[in-house]
Structures are given as C-alpha cells and as structure tokens.
Write a protein that binds this ligand. Structure first.
Ligand SMILES: Cc1cc2nc3c(=O)[nH]c(=O)nc-3n(C[C@H](O)[C@H](O)[C@H](O)COP(=O)(O)O)c2cc1C
Length: 313
C-alpha cells in the first residue's frame, strides 16, 4: 500500500512538472500570445537563416524566396523602429542585400522596392556578415589520434586547486562554445558565471547540495537556453538540445586550457526553478540546461571514477 501511495504521489508530481512546462511554453515560447523583443529576434533569425540556406543551394528556382525576403524586411523594419539597430538586424540587412544581388531572386516590384527601401535606411552593409561562404575539406594539421586523445583526456574532475580561472580563460571557452551549431542558428544560449563561495553555496542548496565536492570549485557556470527562440510545439525540447551541445563545447573549451570541470545536473521542479531563477538572476524566458563546476587541477594526482564506456549499444 505504501509503495502504491508513493507511486501515486510521484505521478502527481510528474503532472505538476508537465503543467509547469506547459505554462512556461504558453507564456514564453515562440508560440506565446504576447510578442516580445526576443520573439521578434527569433523570427528574424529564422527568416534570415532560411534565405541564407536558399542562397547556398547550387540550383535556385527563378524568383525564389520573394515572400520570405519581404517578410524579413518587414520584421527588420519593425525591429529597428521598436528596439533600434543591433547585430541581429544588421545580420538580416546584409542577408537581404545578398539576396537582392542573387540573379535568381524574385523581381516582384512590391517585394524588391520594400527591401531596397529598408536597405537604404540602414548604413549597415558590410562584408562577412551574411549570405554564403565557401568551404572545402578541412586542412587542419592535427591528426585523428591527437583529436581522440584530446577528447579522451577530459574526465569529470571533482577536486580543484585554489587557483583562479581568469576572465581570459572564460572568454576563450566562450569563443569555443560559440562555434556550436544550433537549430537554425538561433544561438539562444547564455552562460552565467559565479565565483563568490557563499553565492555558489546558496545556489547549490537549491540544487540538492554540494555532494561533497562542488564547493571546491573556483567557479560555477550556469548554462541556459531561452525558450523564446523555439516554438512550443515540434521544437518544445530544442532549447535543451541546443543548450546541451553548447554546454559540451564550453566544457571542451575549458578543457583545452587544462581546466578541470564536472557537470552537475540541473534539478528541474517548478518551486526549485522559481527560486533558482531568482538566485541566479536569470530571465524568465531562459531554462537552465546544466551547471558546470570548474577549477584548475590540484598539484597532486587525483582519482576519478573509471566511468567505463560500453562498447555494445
Ligand atoms: C548532463 C550531465 C549531468 C551530470 N551531473 C552530475 C552530477 O550531478 N553530479 C556528478 O557528480 N556528476 C555529474 N555528471 C558527471 C557524470 O557522472 C560523468 O560525466 C560520467 O560519469 C562520465 O564520466 P566522465 O565525465 O569522467 O567521462 C554529469 C554529467 C552530465 C553530462
């Protein structure tokens, strides 16, 4: 009987978690009723990415993409008037410029005139911001064995020295993380860095505690993903997928600088989420993906779990 009650309570909690996810999706995802700056940014990125893909195809249909380019120009116009010109709208303007230069693009006057008008109001056409670029088989000089050894040399480390991780080291890791592909190039991931021990302690208390190692870390990073960049239907888990890929590359960026790391799973529960967001000052549209505890290696050799990799899948 006790077991049965436990199960029922568990299922009730599952339902509460799903209801909370549903509420967040309705409020903050790209399917939300209210439109925010982030939603507009997401729509601009989705449109510009679609045009860039079109431009990259070898065979383009005569008059392709007119409606899409027009829609993008309308969105950029609205965005710039409401929020001002920024990197995203500059990116879009440059893609529109490349689109108009394409010999197969739509020559529909209504579309072209509006896009040209939009381009003329912005002095933001620059090389290397949007359109297409050429790539070929990479000619990097590191061997397969070196790459494998680099990946294999990362292990989750739960012991750290007192030495500080510098701003430069964090920025380097962010640079590596920024190479992460995201669905339609949305780049909705953010990294929050914490060094203050008492702050880290209170965040850990929200996340089932220190587990006997987390407080040894020099820094705690919280990787988040904004759900406002993803629709609430078929893309409803994509924020976390993109966030996971990003987090891995961020960790590899730290590892490349010989900095020890260990992920800490984010414990996801409505009441915990609310407190966590407050503690970390994370906007409501962002979902925490994972925590990363990091620090330089201790001088002496340390032991880590073997964490054997299964060969049969
Ligand atoms: C998303 C994620 C969450 C994790 N959460 C924890 C955690 O809460 N506590 C912990 O000690 N290790 C955690 N780990 C570390 C794993 O235990 C570790 O990656 C795994 O055993 C493989 O070992 P390796 O990282 O040394 O290759 C996590 C790893 C990942 C990828």
């Amino acid at each position: 009987m006790k077991e049965f009650i436990k199960k029922v309570l568990q299922i009730r909690l599952v339902l509460l978690c799903y209801m909370s996810d549903f509420k967040r999706s309705v409020r903050y995802s790209l399917s939300a009723i209210k439109n925010t700056k982030l939603h507009l940014q997401a729509r601009i990125i989705l449109n510009l990415h679609s045009l860039e893909k079109g431009l990259s195809f070898k065979n383009r249909k005569e008059g392709w993409g007119g409606e899409k380019a027009y829609n993008l120009a309308v969105l950029v116009d609205k965005y710039n008037k409401t929020y001002g010109v920024d990197e995203i709208s500059i990116n879009a303007i440059n893609v529109l410029n490349e689109y108009l230069k394409d010999s197969s693009s739509s020559k529909n006057d209504r579309f072209v005139d509006f896009i040209k008008k939009e381009l003329s109001t912005n002095d933001t056409i620059k090389d290397g911001i949007g359109g297409v670029k050429k790539v070929s088989k990479p000619s990097f000089s590191i061997s397969y064995d070196q790459v494998r050894d680099f990946f294999a040399s990362r292990r989750s480390v739960r012991d750290f020295s007192n030495s500080e991780i510098t701003v430069e080291e964090v920025n380097n890791a962010l640079e590596i993380a920024s190479t992460t592909p995201t669905a339609c190039n949305r780049q909705a991931q953010r990294v929050y860095s914490f060094s203050d021990k008492s702050k880290i302690k209170s965040i850990l208390e929200n996340q089932l505690g220190d587990q006997g190692w987390c407080l040894k870390a020099n820094k705690m990073f919280v990787i988040t993903s904004s759900v406002s960049f993803y629709n609430g239907t078929f893309e409803r888990h994509q924020a976390l997928v993109d966030g996971g890929l990003y987090a891995m590359n961020f960790v590899m960026g730290l590892h490349a600088q010989r900095i020890a790391t260990c992920f800490k799973m984010y414990v996801r529960k409505p009441s915990i989420d609310r407190e966590f967001r407050k503690l970390c000052n994370i906007p409501k549209d962002e979902d925490p993906v994972v925590l990363v505890l990091a620090g330089h290696y201790p001088l002496e050799e340390i032991q880590v779990p073997y964490s054997y990799r299964f060969k049969e899948k």
